[in-house]
Design a binder for this molecule. Sequence first.
Ligand SMILES: [Zn+2]
Length: 64
Amino acid sequence: MAIESILDVVLVEKQIFRIIESTVCEFEEIYYQNDIGKEVIGRSCSHCQLVQKYDHPFEILVKA
Ligand SMILES: [Zn+2]
């Protein structure tokens, strides 16, 4: 499954919050916020094929 498809499913109302250099792989890590509350809702790294959703009280971690 492509990381873009996972992103659409896991982080539905996403806007890009900021893009930083990952401390793990040194590629771009993208942080997302939701439309309404402007809360940071998750992050992704296309290099690591990683999508993480911050969803209290738990987190979903998907590796493509
Ligand atoms: Zn990475």
